[in-house]
Design a protein around this ligand. Structure first.
Ligand code: 48F
Length: 267
């Protein structure tokens, strides 16, 4: 019999990881929303949806979340925001300074960790080291994603096939940044058209990205820089207000759609 004071050993540590991970994965093979990309727009959207009780999972190819939010431009880790996004910084508890009228600066690592913490504490689940490969489309509706472990992408060619797995969801949000990977896959399949992002023009870009944040195919939404790529909008460089506002807008559009359907998986 195990003595009371006996500490857990290697097998117990391994079992704890396997059982916690697999039970979560089994629970999240079906969700209300799969968010592809854990950058600022994806994290914000996920947090806002999970706050409302929706079942949300973020697919992120890196081991870390945050995307381009950790650093500003040119490997300098200060991030900027333009009004009215300063109100969101207050809500998220991110310290910032006003450096010019309506222009705010914050520390990238501090801002990113606050946003990740917000998303996790609202109940967003994370599959990191996981790459989006394809879409599930049924009867002209996006109904999930096909994913694989990130390292599978880099496997030597001698290993011919490690099949991916399918995850079902009521909605999918493309928050993969400039690459707009989900929208591009839909384009490859002939379902949507993307235009590629335009030259930098921060003043126009922020508002346009928030305005164009939308459902682009039944069940598929876009947020953040993916919006610029889909709609041919100007790029904006290292300012992040529109990423947070676009994520928030995507969450409200997805919520509306989910509420119009009957069988949601409220947690
Ligand atoms: O690029 P990213 O930060 O996207 P965002 O939320 O924010 C854009 C800004 O960071 C910045 C900007 C404006 O301020 O110009 O670029 O639109 O985060 C995108 C996330 O998606 C992940 C990627 O690793 C990153 O964390 N991602 C991209 N492709 C895949 C993916 C994929 N195929 N599978 C899983 N994750």
């Amino acid at each position: 019999m195990k003595r009371l004071f006996e500490k857990s050993g290697e097998k117990d540590v391994t079992k704890a990881i396997i059982s916690a991970f697999l039970s979560e994965l089994a629970e999240y093979v079906e969700s209300d929303c799969i968010i592809v990309g854990g950058g600022p727009s994806g994290l914000m959207a996920g947090a806002e949806l999970a706050k409302e009780g929706f079942k949300v999972v973020i697919i992120e190819r890196n081991n870390y979340l945050g995307g381009g939010f950790w650093i500003g431009g040119y490997l300098m880790n200060k991030v900027t925001f333009r009004a009215p996004a300063d109100k969101l910084l207050v809500d998220l508890g991110i310290p910032f300074k006003e450096v010019n009228y309506g222009l705010f600066v914050a520390d990238g690592p501090h801002a990113t960790s606050k946003l990740i913490s917000y998303a996790c504490s609202m109940g967003v689940k994370i599959l990191n080291m996981t790459i989006f490969e394809d879409v599930v489309v049924r009867e002209k509706k996006v109904a999930g994603c096909v994913v694989n472990w990130t390292p599978v992408e880099a496997l030597p060619r001698q290993i011919t096939c490690v099949d991916p797995i399918g995850l079902e969801s009521k909605t999918v949000l493309d928050a993969t940044g400039h690459d707009a990977q989900v929208a591009k896959k839909m384009e490859e399949r002939g379902f949507v058209k993307t235009r590629g992002y335009g030259a930098m023009w921060v003043d126009a870009s922020e508002d346009l990205i928030v305005q164009h944040t939308a459902e682009i195919y039944d069940g598929l939404f876009v947020a953040g820089m993916a919006v610029a790529t889909v709609f041919g909008l100007p790029r904006m460089g290292p300012t992040f207000g529109a990423m947070l506002l676009s994520g928030k807008k995507a969450a409200s559009l997805i919520k509306k759609k989910l509420e119009s359907e009957k069988d949601i998986f409220l947690r």
